[in-house]
Design a protein around this ligand. Sequence first.
Ligand code: AMP
Length: 508
Amino acid sequence: MYDANYLASRLRGASVGAEDSTLLRNHQTRETLSYGAFFANAERMARVLVDAGLQPGDRVAVQAPKTQAMLELYVGTVLAGGVFLPLNTAYTGAELSYFLGDAAPRVLVCDPKRLDDLTPIAKGAGVAEVLTIAADETGSLTERRDAQEAGFEAVARAPEDLAAILYTSGTTGRSKGAMLTHLGLASNAETLKDVWRFTRDDVLIHALPIFHTHGLFVASNITLMAGSTCIFMAGFDADAIMGYMKDGATALMGVPTFYVRLAGMEGLAEVSKGMRLFVSGSAPLLSETHDRWREVTGHAILERYGMTETNMNTSNPYDGDRRAGTVGFPLPGVEVIVTDPSSGAALPQGEIGVLEVRGPNVFAGYWQMPEKTAEELRDNGFFITGDLGRIDNEGYVHIVGRGKDLIITGGYNVYPKEIELLIDDLPGVNESAVIGVPHPDFGEGVVAVVVPEKGAELSEEQIRAGIASDLAKFKQPKRVIIVDVLPRNTMGKVQKKELRERYRALLS
Ligand code: AMP
């Protein structure tokens, strides 16, 4: 029934004949959902969409709480030949109006609380149908689903057809819609399932949002493809996660902040005994967190590197040395090279430059932005990630920062990571972010924003003195600001853009 649909047939594959096995244990509702019931619901969702006039290639936009219905809608959209378009729940009406105008979806699914705000925006963007889904799984979407029969002949879709559009977080200018293909999503999940050894015996704690590549594609696609079970949580809840670890979970996928918070929980050593795998990504994991975790639990967190446009590119090894501060090796079938930021020429091993990636996982371009696509996706298939990094002698990839975070002061390049690592090593420092702000003489000047450890007293002088002997003068911060917390987005990424704006006038 799914054979002609490239991605759906692969998502269904492992559970054929195992319809009774559990796909989801829902933390909110305390209910379980079997594979058979999930796919029957996904088929009903496909029927709801076809009834709403969905044609192959049409977009289905969703801005809604994390629910199992949203996951069913994702697979239902794929079955119906549509393109799934999840949107960050934090986006405002004004932002939604851009996304809906840009993507022109056939259907929008939103939280019932936002129906009144979003209906006029959706109508203005030509959306044919607006449906709702609330955090407790109620709404017109599930009502329509339940009124449908299960069973649906999947619409034929080839490897190169689109399955999803995910908008980038838009840290530089407007968000761009990354067009993700059936092949891109399927091949990446298949590879990760194999290299991380997911099987039917796994029970994954799923506490990530499903509007982002990490929670939607990495965590959910792997679970489906392996026939594993996932504990589906609306958000991060340290106590509940501790309980699930104790109670039969085998794997956790998280952003670094998950691990920072869990590392401080009493009883972690005991409850983590039955766990097989801890994966971290979406933002850099501090070596300190990695070391602490290993000390307490005996497990080395497996760090991987990916992004909206490519899904996952590299991973530390399952067997072998998982090195703190690195993102491991290119995944099978994925090539990673380092190029000169100005000339684009490949650099020798060990040198810092821009990471470029090629493989079946790489997206098909930005939705309706041919110029942006041409700027970032080379004719030879390499995607220019915008991340700065290097590949060491043993082949481990190291991320040094985002290209746009590179500081150029008096004509010299300064990589913030180098300074952050030194500051983070000082006593009393919890974490730091180093940025460049306008400077009248040097173009940009280095500023360090530092968070002390709980209860520690730190001064600007102490920080400066602590790193002075390790850094060339031009790299030394001209100012050090002590703050309580660094601004972060929902995926745990430090918002350097916000810091640059906040301290814009500091050196002028
Ligand atoms: P997003 O498209 O929101 O998933 O963000 C992707 C970006 O997150 C990448 O381009 C990197 O800058 C960053 N990122 C993802 N994983 C890691 C990692 N393990 N270490 C450092 N940065 C990461």
